[in-house]
Design a protein around this ligand. Sequence first.
Ligand code: SF4
Ligand code: SF4
Length: 223
Amino acid sequence: MPDDERLKNAKFLCHRFCPPSCILDKSLGLHERMLEVRPHWSVQRREEQHKRIDLGEKVPFDIALPLPAKDRGFAETALGVELFREIFECQHCGRCCSTPGAGLVLENGDFERIARFIGSQKRLKSLCRRDKDSGCWILRQPCPFYDRGCTIYPVRPLTCFQYPLHPPLKEMPYHLAVDAFCPAARKLAKETLGWWIICEGNWARLFGSGRESLKGSVYRRIP
Ligand code: SF4
Ligand code: SF4
């Protein structure tokens, strides 16, 4: 079997069996003990990695995190999101709400829920545009509901509820991904660099051919 194919299979298996062992290992800090035993490229090249992550302040891209991805169809992956929520600390900078952009897509149920909350469909429509192709309402950005905090917080759109989590990267479909634009997400990505040692240890075991060939395989789409 070609190496790419074997690596893909190993990652799939790793993801499939990750939550019971890896999530617990990571939340208990086992990676730190493993890092004492042997160094890992992600922390050896910490300075370089930090610089690349910091580019997210100006250039839009996503960063894969060493936590299993959501919406992969396995109930266990919810544990990855759970741990992410436990350790993610929003800095309340408001950048995600107050930055100009193409607009925020209102998903199923968002429009009705927000309209009920503000008491007017007409007002909400005046703050949105309709996407011709999908028929979705797109809330303008910067967000009109931001006023030193979210004024519709209990009914905020699904996208805001999930932010800074983004759909998994194509290259890393089994890991959570975050928007590098968010400073708290960048901080968390830096803090979890060493966590890859557990993922790669598992991949290497599943791959069955040593760790060298896995070097540098976990960070993608960082320009
Ligand atoms: S950009 Fe990130 S840190 Fe800032 S308010 Fe949004 S989620 Fe919080
Ligand atoms: S709805 Fe609230 S959380 Fe979402 S962008 Fe607007 S102010 Fe921010």
